[in-house]
Design a protein around this ligand. Structure first.
Ligand code: SF4
Ligand code: SF4
Length: 161
């Protein structure tokens, strides 16, 4: 029987499919990048991120204001469990779930690695510093988003190994 090395984290010894709910939830780094409004080019399929957040996001804390009911209230909210190729394409390169699904390690700024729950924010990976606003009932998402497209590769944490 193989016994996991004691200095390894569960994310290094347990597949995504085999993780408990608690382990799965703790993998989320809290960046809230997946909560940004996105546009998809109908011809190329390319996905563009914007600086406009879902109306349910608390932009100060980067937390969903109703996490338990998020998929009822926001049909477009991605349920990343289980993951598949289509869902992976909508997640940022830095996302912990995407990293593990693609065989990459967690980043050194990830809270599980750093031991600091705030490290995603303090390292500038989360949306906290630059998201402009949460979408409101009065916002035309198409018009607002088209004026606030961002290049994800310009943001911290999107290109490191
Ligand atoms: S992008 Fe991934 S790690 Fe970041 S908040 Fe979304 S699910 Fe969590
Ligand atoms: S419903 Fe919540 S978790 Fe889903 S995209 Fe909106 S803020 Fe994010």
């Amino acid at each position: 029987m193989n016994t996991p090395a004691p200095d390894k984290g569960f994310w290094e010894t347990t597949s995504l499919e085999d993780m408990s709910d608690e382990q799965w939830e703790s993998l989320c780094d809290g960046c809230a990048l997946c909560c940004l409004e996105k546009l998809q080019n109908e011809d190329t399929g390319d996905i563009a991120y914007t600086r406009v957040a879902c109306h349910m996001l608390d932009c100060d804390s980067c937390q969903c204001s109703d996490y338990q009911n998020r998929q009822i209230k926001v049909p477009g909210c991605i349920n990343v469990r289980p993951l598949n190729a289509e869902k992976l394409a909508w997640l940022p390169w830095s996302c912990a779930y995407r990293r593990l699904a693609e065989g990459r390690a967690l980043a050194n700024w990830h809270p599980l690695v750093s031991g600091d729950r705030q490290s995603t924010h303090s390292q500038g990976i989360s949306v906290k510093r630059w998201v402009i606003a949460a979408q409101t009932d009065n916002t035309d998402p198409e018009i607002l988003a088209q004026h606030h497209i961002i290049h994800l590769s310009d943001l911290p944490g999107q290109t490191d190994a």
